[in-house]
Design a protein around this ligand. Structure first.
Ligand SMILES: Cc1cc2nc3c(=O)[nH]c(=O)nc-3n(C[C@H](O)[C@H](O)[C@H](O)COP(=O)(O)OP(=O)(O)OC[C@H]3O[C@@H](n4cnc5c(N)ncnc54)[C@H](O)[C@@H]3O)c2cc1C
Length: 465
């Protein structure tokens, strides 16, 4: 692809400014395109801010710095606090804003629904979904946190098997031990130390046990086996590499089980809840077997576990936006399944929004590769001329319908691409004005929440002085 310093005609909207959205914006900006990045939140960091538990300080800060450097460019306008589908109708964005292409980089923010009967009455009390759980964990220390609050209980069961489910069960054990160490022994240990050193070591160092602290271990329930967990990616697709990665995954899980003191139950799926006095008390698990790679329930083979709280970490799916098509839980794509959205000539999707899963590296790569293809195949000058003609025709037919028969013959002016650009600038400037947004840097500075590690550091500094 050739780089240019002049702006190209296409003006592109990106929905979501995190890992994949900022990557796409950067590739487009570097190739001379102008871009508006909409994000529903104040900050464009997506799962990096609200998904990764906050002990991943270095990873978070590195990724945030990278997103900032990608978005803070002359030909990129960041527009925060705008949820497409709520604040701006998606079809309105496609038809009336003047963008010649739209890229969805909105990730996967809706938790997959647990398929167990009668969960509703326990939701957000004894049954919690991962996205809101980690959001609470990451932000509860902020003075202006007004989100949901959770009280973690003994005998919590986490359902899941990916990297995120391990983070979830770590949060459970860390929170329980932190609280009980303080209440029962007066020992105040921060979560960063608990995470780094592990619960077993901290208990031993402080001459205590889970039993003495009154803690009952949490349990991770997975429908496959430990070596099926995606904890280690194979270095290539050869059978030997895949097998090696599986063994490493199993070893890693066993290490986690010991270090963070939780139970692991493989080859099981949750099928029924039990309750006592209106509270969740147990969970019936059905045993399964893996046949040709598929999870197959074994008839009449069940186990019961004590379960006072259940956290579902079975994956996230894209939140549906009205106007787009979905098959089951995935965004419906055209033949070019990797990026081209069904039903639209100029709407594309990248990152978790398409893949529904994956990690930072995969989302970044997908964002970059797909955007390069989109530029080469769909953002040519010919494509722009075609889009402009269509856009003008649409406007003409709309206006014509509104005019009465006497003045029907008046020539309707063609809209020029500069006018379209100006209109986009005006509309986004109006949103910025409402938000009191001046520059990207100022906005980020003003809205980055206080970090827990800084609070703890200040506390330590105060103690010393
Ligand atoms: C608990 C947990 C732990 C993880 N641990 C790791 C790890 O250790 N290593 C790793 O590599 N990966 C990890 N991941 C995965 C990683 O965070 C994601 O794969 C990656 O961040 C996805 O990037 P994305 O840009 O595709 O989506 P997201 O980060 O989800 O970004 C989507 C953006 O779109 C915005 N948005 C959504 N809907 C709208 C809308 N309608 N209008 C406007 N804006 C919208 C959101 O606000 C967000 O900023 C973890 C994920 C979780 C949940």
């Amino acid at each position: 692809m050739k780089k240019t310093t002049q702006f190209k005609n296409h003006y592109i909207a990106i929905i979501g400014g995190s890992i994949s959205g900022s990557e796409a914006a950067n590739v487009l900006a570097q190739n001379g395109f102008r871009v508006v990045v909409f994000d529903m939140n104040k900050l464009p960091y997506g799962k990096i801010e609200d998904g990764l538990p906050n002990w991943h300080v270095n990873l978070r800060d590195r990724q945030i710095a990278e997103i900032d450097s990608k978005l803070d460019q002359e030909n990129i306008r960041f527009v925060p606090c705008v949820k497409i589908g709520n604040d701006i109708d998606f079809i309105d964005l496609v038809n009336n804003w003047g963008f010649s292409a739209i890229i969805l980089a909105n990730g996967a923010w809706q938790d997959r629904t647990l398929q167990i009967p009668s969960t509703e009455k326990f939701i957000d009390r004894d049954i919690i979904y991962q996205n809101s759980f980690i959001n609470w964990f990451n932000h509860k220390h902020e003075h202006d946190y007004f989100g949901k609050n959770y009280f973690i209980k003994n005998n919590t069961v986490v359902i899941g098997g990916g990297l995120a489910s391990l983070d979830v069960i770590k949060v459970v054990m860390i929170e329980l031990v932190k609280k009980q160490l303080y209440l029962k022994k007066g020992i105040d240990i921060d979560l960063f130390t608990l995470e780094k050193e592990g619960i077993l070591d901290i208990l031993q160092k402080n001459n205590t046990t889970l039993n003495e602290l009154g803690i009952k271990k949490a349990t991770l329930v997975y429908r496959r086996t430990a070596n099926d967990m995606p904890l280690k990616s194979p270095k290539d697709e050869r059978i030997e590499s895949v097998e090696k990665a599986k063994l490493v995954s199993e070893k890693l899980l066993n290490k986690y089980v010991e270090k963070y003191q939780f139970n692991f139950i493989p080859l099981s799926i949750p099928v029924k809840l039990s309750e006592k006095n209106g509270k969740l008390s147990g969970l019936i698990l059905q045993n399964v077997e893996i046949i040709n790679g598929n999870v197959v329930p074994i008839e009449n083979s069940f186990n019961k576990v004590i379960c006072e709280m259940l956290i579902s970490s079975i994956g996230s799916i894209p939140e549906k936006i009205e106007g787009l098509n979905y098959t089951n839980s995935s965004l419906k794509m055209r033949d070019e399944r990797d990026y081209h959205v069904y039903g639209f000539e100029n709407v594309f999707a990248i990152g978790n929004a398409v893949t529904g899963r994956g990690n930072i590296q995969e989302s970044k790569q997908h964002g970059k590769q797909m955007t390069e293809i989109i530029i080469d195949k769909h953002l040519t000058e010919d494509a722009f001329e075609k889009w402009l003609t269509n856009h003008n025709n649409q406007i003409k037919s709309k206006v014509k319908k509104q005019l009465n028969s006497i003045i029907e013959q008046i020539k309707i002016q063609e809209i020029k691409s500069e006018e379209i650009t100006q209109e986009i600038l005006n509309k986004t400037a109006a949103i910025h004005k409402k938000l009191n947004y001046t520059t990207y840097k100022n906005w980020i500075f003003k809205n980055t929440p206080i970090r827990l590690e800084d609070i703890l550091k200040n506390k330590d500094d105060c103690k010393c002085s």
